[in-house]
Design a protein around this ligand. Sequence first.
Ligand SMILES: Nc1nc2c(c(=O)[nH]1)N[C@H]1C(S)=C(S)[C@@H](COP(=O)(O)O)O[C@H]1N2
Ligand SMILES: [Mo]
Length: 185
Amino acid sequence: MERLPPNQRLTEDFPVLHFGAVPVFDKETWDFRIDGLVENPVTLSYDGVLALEKTAQVSDFHCVVGWSRFDLKWEGVCFSDVAKLVRPKSNAHFATIEADGGYTTSLPLVDLMEPAVLFAYILDDKPLEVAHGGPLRLVVPKKYGYKSAKWVRRVVFTEEQVPGFWEERGYSSGADPWKEERYSY
Ligand SMILES: Nc1nc2c(c(=O)[nH]1)N[C@H]1C(S)=C(S)[C@@H](COP(=O)(O)O)O[C@H]1N2
Ligand SMILES: [Mo]
């Protein structure tokens, strides 16, 4: 099977792309809150995140504007392990990911519970650079890059899907690169 999704071109580097300013990371004040429709809402410190079970995965990254990058090695905490900690209620079907600076994205839990979906803090054996979303970013390899929120600070479990930053601006909420779900019209 072709490894490059339709109408993508391969890049050797890993471009930096985001809206707005890069937030400053202060380990003392930084926290990661997971709440919404869950039995056990949790607020983690940065060390609290590092203390959770660590998972590694290698995946390709596809940005909706047309570049793809192969073989990024991410390490971090599986979304499913975070879900296990907070125990989503039976009526939770989606989660909204909120980032420092106001960026948001949302996904169905069925997509987020896949084993390759991580809150990553290591990229290619080095601490994740702030430009690429350090200290913590979501990685959703099966979706266009706008689902992989950088500078994650909060996860809210919801019953209905809340459109995220790009989804509100005409991008597809499906975001499947193999089906070329780029736009919502
Ligand atoms: N917080 C935040 N995360 C974001 C974005 C953003 O604007 N803000 N842009 C998204 C988009 S469109 C892409 S393609 C990837 C790019 O990740 P990179 O800069 O590490 O290549 O980040 C995603 N995550
Ligand atoms: Mo993107």
